[in-house]
Design a protein around this ligand. Structure first.
Ligand code: 5CA
Ligand code: ZN
Length: 419
């Protein structure tokens, strides 16, 4: 388990007339559904980074969306078991290490460290379990063993590289997350790390469970032969181990709906008889220069680059939260500029002697977030309070401290520091 510094969350008093449930758009049903238990522990798995390059604003946007979910659950009085993986061995990481002449483990460690410091800067509450693929190999192997009796696991007939595969498309309900047809699936599978054309597979959509050792790649001994885990089984195993069956929310960016989330779900259904999660939630894609920001294309704006140039992390957070979590949008420098101005306005009013009472605004923030995580509407509620407070006269400080605590607890924006 990789350690991650804690983030403090202030306690705020409850509001009247606000729904006592968080509703989110579930990719399986396509509908707004209530997520999380009535009481006890809410369980969420979010797909973590592949640590071969620095955190860009697209990653940050995704992790902020799921951070808000955890904050809303905590505010509803629930405990949160938030599990996130880090894909600390996989093709893109090994390729980047080879290209740059670096040791793959050192590259991963450096990028994980940078990611965590970016997340801490953005006041993302750490996952309960932040778990690597490598340390999870025993649980990956146990899960594959559990899949064996289904008859859907097989080794390709390749004397040099007898890799292990899973007949994904045979799993009950396969495709219920992406809702794609087979031809589209095969096309996307090829584009997103899959191998539909691999000779010897029973079906083009079968996914790799255990990649047999290659001479120039790291590998681990196992009853399946020496090798390393495939990508999808990594997340399925980590999620089931740390959250149990059919947990509340599985999440990640919308680029993961297919193949990744459909394939994880297929593995879980065959292994446990139940879907991996009760709801699957996807965040939108952030673009730069007209294309999805991506490490492989190199069109990136990095959180660390902005921070090194002196950007206030709270302004970065505010800029990202001003877009609804499901929308696809394009980053420009103007986003940060506007967020800086907004933050300055909010901070200046908090220093005023008199402001409006806070209760209605805090109820508005809660309502907005509990209704499909509408952060832009929550920010607009704070704007309205700030604008109205500017007109308040006298020296009777009223709602300022409560607003600051609510904006911190619910939105993760700390107003009393300059970042
Ligand atoms: N390690 C796998 C998941 S198990 C992976 O996809 N890693 S990643 O580093 O490529 O992406 C990490 C997370 O950021 C994923 O949830 C992905 O959906 C999200 N993400 C990647 N690019 C963007 C983007 N441009 N906008 C929003 N989210 C993004
Ligand atoms: Zn994943």
């Amino acid at each position: 388990m990789y350690p991650w510094a804690p983030v403090e969350v202030p306690k705020i008093s409850p509001s009247q007339g606000v729904p006592e449930k968080l509703s989110l758009t579930d990719s399986m049903s396509g509908e707004l559904v209530a997520v999380g238990p009535e009481e006890g522990t809410a369980r969420m798995y979010v797909c973590g980074i592949t640590p071969y390059d620095a955190t860009h604003l697209g990653h940050a946007n995704t992790y902020l969306a799921f951070d808000l979910i955890g904050r809303v659950w905590r505010d509803l009085g629930l405990e949160v078991n938030y599990t996130q993986n880090v894909t600390d061995v996989d093709d893109p990481l090994l390729e980047r290490a080879r290209e740059t002449g670096r040791d793959w483990e050192e590259l991963a460690e450096d990028q994980i460290e940078l990611f965590r410091s970016d997340m801490v800067g953005l006041r993302v509450i750490p996952p309960t379990h932040y778990v690597g693929a490598v340390e999870s190999i025993p649980s990956v192997l146990r899960l594959i063993e559990g899949l064996l009796p289904s008859g859907l696991v097989y080794q390709v007939d390749d004397s040099e590289h007898p890799d292990w595969y899973f007949e994904t498309a045979a799993a009950p309900g396969f495709g219920r997350i992406s809702h794609l047809g087979e031809a589209e699936m095969i096309k996307l599978f090829a584009e997103r790390g899959g191998d539909p054309d691999r000779p010897g597979k029973r079906h083009p959509l079968d996914c790799l469970l255990w990649r047999f050792a290659r001479p120039d790649e790291p590998s681990w001994g196992s009853p399946l032969g020496p090798g390393r885990p495939g990508w999808h089984i990594e997340c399925t195993a980590i999620a089931l181990e740390h959250l149990g069956v059919q947990f509340d929310v599985q999440g990640g960016g919308s680029d993961l709906a297919f193949p990744h989330h459909d394939m994880c779900d297929a593995e879980a259904v065959v292994a446990t008889g139940q879907p991996l999660a009760q709801a699957v939630v996807h965040s939108g894609m952030v673009a730069l220069q007209g294309e999805k920001m991506s490490k492989s294309k190199g069109n990136l704006e990095l959180v660390s680059r902005l921070r090194n140039k002196g950007a206030d992390p709270m302004a970065i957070r505010l800029a990202l939260l001003d877009h609804h979590y499901r929308s696809d949008w394009e980053w420009t420098d103007a986003e940060l500029e506007q967020a800086n101005q907004r933050l300055a306005r909010w901070r200046s009013v908090l220093n005023n002697d008199a402001t409006l009472p806070a209760a209605d605004t805090i109820a508005e923030i809660r309502k907005a977030l509990r209704s499909d995580l509408d952060a832009p509407r929550a920010l607009a509620a704070v704007d309205a309070w700030v604008a109205a407070s500017l007109a308040v006269e006298g020296d009777d400080a009223t709602g300022g401290a409560e607003i600051a605590a609510a904006v911190d607890a619910l939105l993760g924006i700390k107003l009393d520091t300059l970042g």
